[in-house]
Design a protein around this ligand. Structure first.
Ligand SMILES: [Zn+2]
Length: 713
């Protein structure tokens, strides 16, 4: 679409164009709010000897990036710094590599972000400023595990509040950079414990005198430490953000917030101070699901409310083991970038070292970015059209040590059922947020504070629907047990005993037919969850599924149920007005994830369909293959993103090639009164025939190779 067509379609769009004009009148968004593509070259110490600045600048310009990340300093200065103990590259000589690269980028209208590293410094700094460094229990500074001549700095120390700001100020003053990014900090992973002077003071004043022995939320010391840690993290973030603005009012500080769903630090609090969320989530390894990047996008969106989110794609092979200087397969890299943009994030393409011997990655990035640039308006999303919300159970993941299997199981079932859904963060369940969705799906949020429980109840009482499982709301956010799950009244249940499991060879018996049991006509027995909360109904009633307790699976002579029949519910299904509530006392989604048993996947999908109700979904997609879909209202119209995950490499290793899937028949709901004039598959470059019937637009996507974006304008 050219500019004229875009303007014409925007004008034709009528009502949809209004919010955009309003936004523009209100305040000009900061530059990073409209940024669509980023690049990063990570210098190494030796690069000043050989780096071809002009050649690199041309490469990044060919990707049509809006911003380029270049190493400023921190561990190592790539410019002639005057800040004491800011270590210069041994090969810098008279060069100003950072300055040269920044100027070359600017000359091509590319914004410059100084990529910093605040996490390590050198022996000379340890001698002069011992207070800057983390210490072991025995007082020894902590060395980097590979580059053992580097020492870990402490975020509670003045290194973070004096030395790093001094470096930012120098860079800001000399180069007027557009932003600062810190590699590796704060990260969303587990909290470390340090024994330096600054930390001793924190423990004395805020924690209870001593460092927490265990980083486990059952420890009251850890809870106070977590709070003190988060306070410090935000204090540092705000300080650095203010320092970034000293030289340029439109600059911003952005930290590293990768980690996907495996989040320990409080993302909701960080989201409140972050003008820009960067997920340094560069790739996957081992058995990490293929959809890990799209899932990262959903997590970030749940706390950023439309503000900028970027995700880094490592072009190098960041598998296990890692290879920094060879490219990963083009298919894997492309699918990662596709997940980035499909989920509403801005891609940031990354290579390490200025003199690559492997050049294969260059075209992978260039092809994808050039295509994105050509289709840019269709990636300017104004809202998600999903009508299902999945609660992102951050406290449970961060504090319960129960892992992410529950969420992965529900996620896999939603993908198999081709649902279009969003994540909502447990700390943002207001009426404004939940009111957009027909149903809230809760994968075992065992640790849930009082306020989200209250908000979920209000949502259900106002007509919203709910699917929840297992120990949801049984504990507060830190894991302290409640006498009854806070939401048990919504399910009409009471807890009848201690947790049962893990136990194999238990079942669910079908007591009566119900829409959630569609497709199970040939059986009265379904596989049971490995763990369950024993419950009983508060009022007389007949459960649709009852529990068949575990019995021996070996030897065959012993394999028969010891209890003829129970009236213990394996599911509760309640309906009041438009609100439908489903609760599984067992960990059906986790058991599905671990076993892969398709009956459990089907049961979950059926139940999601039932709680959503009889209204037609906003998007339905029929066809073969495993795919993940995102549906957006965009500035020019609507866009449906289809990611093809059909591969034998789903959870093993890297994707080396694509396995195209055939025709996908789509029904897409548009706003009443909205006329769609053109349906185009942007990746294959085909204009698609379509039918427009009231608010429904029907079309067929003939095939999906890696990724397809269908624009409705
Ligand atoms: Zn410390």
């Amino acid at each position: 679409m050219n500019r004229r067509e875009f303007l014409a379609s925007s004008a034709a769009a009528g009502a949809a164009a209004v919010p955009i004009r309003r936004l523009r009148r209100a305040a000009a968004p900061p530059w990073y709010a409209t940024m669509r593509r980023c690049g990063q070259l990570n210098f190494n110490e030796r690069d000043p000897l050989t780096l071809d600045v002009g050649g690199w600048a041309e490469y990044w310009a060919s990707l049509r990036v809006n911003a380029l990340l270049v190493n400023g300093g921190g561990i190592m200065a790539f410019y002639p710094t005057d800040v004491p103990y800011h270590h210069r590259s041994a090969f810098l000589g008279t060069r100003d590599l950072f300055g040269e690269m920044a100027a070359a980028a600017r000359a091509r209208s590319i914004r410059v972000v100084a990529r910093m590293d605040c996490n390590y410094s050198w022996e000379e700094a340890v001698q002069a400023h011992p207070e800057w460094f983390e210490r072991d229990r025995d007082g020894q500074p902590r060395r980097h595990n590979e580059s053992t001549w580097l020492f870990k700095t402490c975020m509670f120390s003045p290194y973070f509040t004096e030395q790093m700001p001094a470096i930012y100020r120098e860079i800001g003053k000399r180069y007027a950079v557009d932003s600062f990014f810190t590699n590796g900090w704060p990260s969303t992973g587990a909290l470390g414990v340090c024994y330096c002077e600054s930390c001793q003071k924190i423990y004395r004043e805020k924690v209870g005198g001593v460092p927490p022995e265990q980083t486990d939320a059952t420890s009251p010391l850890y809870r106070r430490y977590y709070a003190a840690f988060m306070d410090r993290l935000l204090e540092v973030w705000r300080l650095w953000d203010a320092v970034a603005r000293e030289s340029r009012p439109d600059a911003v500080y952005v930290g590293n917030l990768g980690g996907g769903i495996r989040v320990v630090k409080d993302l909701a609090r960080i989201g409140q101070v972050a003008g820009w969320f960067n997920a340094d989530h560069q790739g996957r390894a081992g058995d990490t699901p293929l959809w890990d990047c799209a899932q990262q996008g959903r997590v970030a969106r749940s706390v950023m409310q439309g503000r900028t989110i970027t995700n880094v794609t490592g072009a190098y092979s960041n598998s296990r083991p890692v290879w920094r200087h060879v490219a990963k397969p083009a298919a894997e890299t492309t699918l990662w970038m596709a997940q980035t943009v499909a989920s509403g994030m801005v891609p940031w393409f990354h290579w390490l070292g200025g003199s690559p011997e492997d050049e294969r990655w260059r075209d992978t990035g260039r092809q994808f970015f050039a295509w994105l640039a050509a289709q840019e308006p269709h990636f300017r999303n104004t809202r998600s059209v999903a009508d299902l919300a999945v609660l992102f159970p951050q406290s449970t993941i961060a504090f319960s040590r129960q892992g992410t299997d529950y969420l992965q199981g529900l996620y896999a079932a939603l993908l198999q059922g081709r649902f279009v859904f969003d994540f909502v963060h447990e700390s943002d369940l207001s009426e404004k947020t939940l009111g957009r969705y027909r149903a809230l799906l809760v994968p075992n949020a065992a640790y849930l504070a009082d306020e989200p429980c209250r908000q979920i109840r209000a949502y259900v009482q106002a007509g919203g629907s709910l699917l929840a499982t297992f120990e949801t709301s049984r504990r507060n956010e830190w894991g302290d047990a409640r006498s009854e799950p806070a939401l048990a009244d919504l399910w009409g249940l009471t807890v009848a005993g201690e947790l049962v499991g893990p136990a194999a060879n238990s079942y669910m018996r079908i007591e009566e037919r119900h829409p959630v049991l569609a497709g199970f006509e040939g059986t009265s027995l379904l596989p049971g969850p490995e763990n369950r909360v024993p419950v009983r109904l508060r009022e007389a009633g007949r459960p649709v599924l009852t529990v068949v307790p575990s019995y021996p699976a070996f030897p065959p002579e012993m394999v028969y149920p010891r209890t003829a029949h129970t009236d213990e519910p394996a599911v509760v299904l309640r309906q009041r007005g438009s609100s439908r509530v489903a609760y599984f006392p067992g960990d059906v989604e986790r058991t599905f994830w671990r076993s892969g048993n398709p009956d459990l996947g089907r049961l979950l999908q059926n139940t999601v369909r039932w709680v959503r109700g009889d209204q037609t979904p906003p998007v339905s997609i029929a066809g073969e293959g495993l795919l993940e879909a995102f549906a957006w209202e965009t500035e020019p119209g609507y866009a449906l993103h289809l990611l093809n995950y059909t591969t034998p490499n789903l959870t093993w290793g890297l994707v080396d090639r694509f396995h195209p899937i055939g025709a996908q028949r789509v029904r897409f709901e548009v706003a009443a009164g909205r006329t769609i004039r053109r349906v185009e598959a942007l990746r294959s470059g085909r204009v698609l025939p379509f039918e427009h019937d009231g608010t429904a637009v029907r079309f067929e996507v003939p095939a999906v190779v890696d990724y397809e974006v269908v624009a409705l304008t």
